[in-house]
Design a protein around this ligand. Structure first.
Ligand code: DCP
Ligand code: MG
Ligand code: MG
Length: 537
């Protein structure tokens, strides 16, 4: 019989606040919130205890809680840096670096190999003649390193670390259950290391797949962890509204409910307020066929499986190198070239900084090189729904260590961004820009230890066809999107995006940027994606 995976989901508690507290420990004692463009994107748990809510409008929060301290969180760099540092720290503890990063504050760890190894040690102990009873009642030393047997921690085999998702213990601690018991101790150890060494608290979930681990982790917060044994997974899920399952957004939910509750004559529809949408009810009223018919083959199967606690998506170790890096800002109105020039200068400074932070290792070696630069804009006349982009090859000067940043930025703006801008607006005598986005894309992994950038760029001449590519993408509906580095998409959101195409109206097939992790995706995938981030609210 195949053994189950052991997956840990970690989510940093009140992440942006924790980063702020890290730099200013005084904040720990007071109720404060981090704002971005008129919204409270998060607040610390002191504020939450008083009733402040994440994603509240700033004006409402200030009215309701006049002494709430507000910290401006529009500069994401500290959050990004902290997120990266924590990710690397965790990744160093997990064999094979099997850690997938979702946004800034979530990680999935596949610790299966570590569990297998330790179970084998345990089996050896049993086989060596020591009685099962005495092995199981003594603390077990869980090895976190194959090479160094002193690295690890002691843990009891007879109890679970943390909370139980449904409050019940399995009848026995054997087989897959024992694997999850060990997983709970690994989760506890890793969280303790993060707290002791890095000073960040987290909430953890342990189960046999990513979705169950994530949902379990959200059951008890902050600074807690929860284990979900497979035999209780269905009971655990059945109580949720289907919209609370990560990846089931409002759109999918309403399609599913329509399929179940709409009478074929349009007369015998169940009114919306009477529609029971718990997982339990939906599972009993629908079947896989209904899901596939209404959501398409791949999404239908995937979501049906999710309702049954089945999630085949694997933990895909996140690459050190983002797929693209972009910075953008929105404006009331930019109508002159000088204004555009100034903004491009400012954005280029940030972009250059980001390129250095994200693509350079601590020794100053480049990890990857973007080949293309892309300018995107939206004009008032093009309407809210439309972005236009132009791309060109990125000049190697970006990687030069013999020029100052100011020099490089001036070079980029005058010789690259402004000419691209002219191409974008074409013959227009007057323009009214409401958004500018500068990006480097098409990032290639650098050859090992190669600091010879010229050689790297020499190996492939820019393709003439690449030189000026017209790209027309639609505008995010999600207004808060400010920027961002973009890391590889998670497998799951790809799946949904592909498949939901057949169930959305044309207006919705927009390009979106997630405000949490910067991932770009089709708009219909965004909501489900945000559910994934917001799960636990
Ligand atoms: N974030 C954001 N906009 C959103 C959701 C989140 O800017 N719509 C940011 C602020 C959060 C961070 O992402 O600090 C992580 O999101 P979480 O949903 O995990 O929220 P927190 O970590 O703040 O709180 P929790 O303790 O509930 O996880
Ligand atoms: Mg969090
Ligand atoms: Mg989160």
């Amino acid at each position: 019989m195949s053994k189950s995976l052991v997956i840990i989901a970690l989510d940093w508690d009140a992440f942006y606040c924790s980063v702020e507290e890290h730099f200013n420990p005084e904040l720990k004692k007071i109720a404060f919130a981090v704002k971005q463009k008129g919204i409270i994107c998060t607040c610390n748990y002191v504020a939450r205890a008083r009733g402040v809510k994440k994603l509240q409008m700033l004006v409402d929060a200030v009215k309701q809680f006049p002494d709430l301290v507000i910290v401006n969180g529009e500069d994401l760099s500290r959050y990004r840096d902290a997120s990266k540092e924590l990710w690397y720290f965790v990744r160093d503890m997990v064999w094979g670096g099997k850690v997938e990063r979702l946004g800034f504050d979530e990680l999935f760890l596949d610790v299966t190999e570590m569990i297998d190894y330790n179970i084998a040690l345990l089996d050896n102990l049993h086989a060596s003649g020591v009685s099962q009873r005495s092995v199981d009642s003594a603390p077990f030393f869980f090895r976190m390193s194959k090479e160094d047997e002193s690295v690890g921690f002691s843990c009891p085999l007879s109890s679970v670390a943390g909370n139980l998702a449904t409050g019940s213990l399995p009848e026995n601690f054997e087989g897959d259950n024992l694997r999850l018991v060990l997983g709970s101790h690994v989760c506890h150890y890793i969280r303790s290391q993060i707290l002791d060494i890095k000073g960040y608290t987290s909430s953890g979930g342990v189960s046999i797949n990513k979705t169950l681990a994530k949902m379990a982790g959200a059951a008890h917060k902050p600074n807690q962890q929860t284990v979900l044994f497979p035999e209780f997974a269905q009971d655990f899920l059945d109580a949720f509204d289907i919209g609370r399952i990560p990846w089931i957004g409002h759109r999918s939910k309403s399609i599913i409910l329509d399929a179940i509750y709409k009478g074929s004559d349009g007369v015998n529809d169940t009114p919306e307020e009477d529609r029971d949408s718990t997982v339990f009810t939906v599972r009993h009223l629908a079947n896989k066929h209904i899901f596939v018919n209404s959501l398409g083959q791949s999404s239908g199967e995937k979501l049906w499986d999710l309702l049954h606690g089945i999630d085949h998506s694997v933990v895909q170790p996140t690459s050190d190198i983002p797929t693209q890096i972009s910075i953008e800002d929105t404006f009331k109105s930019l109508t002159s070239l000088i204004e555009v020039h100034n903004v491009l200068s400012r954005l280029s400074h940030s972009l250059l900084e980001r390129v250095q932070v994200d693509l350079m290792d601590s020794n100053g070696d480049w990890l990857g090189h973007p080949r293309t630069m892309r300018l995107t804009t939206r004009t008032r006349s093009s309407g809210y729904g439309s972005r236009i982009s132009r791309s060109d090859s990125l000049p190697a000067i970006v990687f030069s260590s013999s020029h100052t940043s100011d020099y490089i930025v001036d070079y980029l703006v005058d010789r690259c961004w402004m000419p691209l801008f002219s191409k974008l607006i074409g013959d227009a005598k007057a323009f009214d820009i409401v958004l500018l986005n500068v990006a480097v894309v098409n990032i290639e992994k650098a050859p090992a230890k190669s600091s010879d950038i010229t050689a790297f760029f020499g190996k492939k001449k820019p393709n003439d066809n690449d030189h000026l590519q017209d790209v027309h993408i639609e505008e995010p509906v999600h207004k808060r999107a400010k920027v961002v580095g973009e890391y590889a998409k998670s497998e799951f959101s790809d799946g949904l995006a592909e498949d939901e195409e057949d169930v959305v109206s044309e207006d919705d097939s927009c390009d979106e940027v997630c405000v949490v992790c910067g991932q770009r995706m089709m708009s219909f995938a965004l909501e489900a994606h945000m559910r994934f981030h917001d799960f636990g609210e």
